[in-house]
Design a protein around this ligand. Structure first.
Ligand code: 3MF
Ligand code: MG
Length: 341
């Protein structure tokens, strides 16, 4: 059985690019207690989910607040999986953090990353996730694209040097909010890892929707990073084609693709080193406050049901089909398995 995680941002107020919030903000502690009740094992944090207004605090004050969150987690019975610096919200990161043209802004991005490492250690986890939201260009000619990649690698190295235990998981996404990312897919992440000063501490987090936005099958991305020994977390969700990032409930758009993501994870004993299956899902904007968790519950149920299906996959029949090269029969077997007939 897999262990599952989720982030406080997955219980969302519903604001989008064209309209304001439609649901009230639920306080962190209530969200955490609800996650536990729903069957989650761990929580994923943005740095300022754990320590709000951290820009106003010094390093010691930030650690102290993080210790309070650790106590709360202990009390509820949840682990912390990772911390991610929220590098895309500040006026200083409008044009990227690590790859900004401004030295001052690059320094701010590193400051937030160091503080995120501090928070992670206080929360008892050794994983830092970098979703490189604005590390790319809106206007191609506005940044030197070669230097951009090199700056990203330098930032990764600086964070690795800041703490000898921290592991960096890059969460690639090809676009949105930027147009062209310096690190759009897990293949690129593997390159950054190899070029870093300590490749053993740089891996990836695959988000289904992000792979689909790159025109890739998330199950193949999961397989690729697994083959490299670098799949250290996942954000399972779903996405209806190449449009805005939807963070739909896992499996609701493409059940077979969802099944194959779980199948690859099952086959490779994902979780054997303590990895969690993260669900990075958002409720539809239509939903009322009392339905703030339904999408998360649905995703968890779908993931668990697919886990069961994957565990009873008939490999003997699969081998027979493969030996006869009868892939139509194999495909129909998968469809019937998923349709429950
Ligand atoms: C954006 C995302 C983010 C990241 C999160 C942790 C809001 O497309 O997927 O979720 O997962 O910030 O890095
Ligand atoms: Mg994500």
């Amino acid at each position: 059985m897999f262990k599952y995680s989720i982030g406080p941002w997955n219980v969302h107020e519903g604001a989008d690019a064209f309209g304001p919030e439609v649901r009230e903000t639920i306080p962190l502690e209530r969200k955490l207690r609800k996650f536990k009740e729903m069957g989650f094992d761990a929580v994923q944090f943005h740095d300022d989910d754990a320590v709000p207004d951290m820009n106003e605090l010094d390093a010691e004050q930030i650690k102290e607040q993080a210790r309070g969150v650790k106590e709360l987690l202990g009390d509820i019975g949840l682990a912390a999986e990772f911390v991610a610096p929220r590098l895309w919200m500040d006026a200083r990161t409008i044009d990227g953090g690590f790859t900004s043209n401004s030295e001052e802004e690059r320094e701010y991005a590193l400051w937030r990353s160091f503080r995120s490492v501090d928070i992670a250690k206080e929360l008892g986890c050794d994983k830092l996730v970098l979703w490189l939201a604005r590390e790319g260009t809106l206007c191609f000619e506005s940044k030197d694209p070669v230097r951009g990649v090199k700056r990203l690698i330098e930032a990764v190295n600086t964070i690795l040097e800041y703490d000898e235990d921290i592991k960096i998981l890059i969460e690639p996404k090809p676009n949105e909010p930027i147009d062209r990312s310096f690190c759009p897919t897990l293949g690129h992440v593997m390159g950054v890892s190899a070029a870093s000063c300590d490749p053993a501490r740089v891996g990836g987090l695959l988000e289904s929707a992000h792979a689909i936005l790159a025109g890739l099958d998330p199950a193949m991305e999961i397989a690729y990073a697994t083959a490299m020994g670098k799949l250290w977390s996942v954000h399972l969700n779903d996405q209806n084609g190449m449009k805005f990032d939807q963070d739909k409930s896992f499996g609701v758009e493409n059940l077979r693709q969802a099944f194959n993501q779980i199948k690859v994870l099952v086959e490779n004993d994902y979780g054997k080193n303590g990895e969690y299956i993260g669900l990075d899902v958002k409720a539809m904007r239509t939903q009322r406050l009392e339905d703030s968790y339904r999408h998360a519950a649905n995703s968890l149920r779908i993931a668990r049901l697919l886990e069961e299906k994957a565990r009873k996959f008939d490999y003997e029949y699969q081998r027979k089909c493969v030996s006869e090269r009868n892939y139509e029969a194999l495909e129909m077997y998968v469809m019937e398995l998923l349709m429950g007939v």
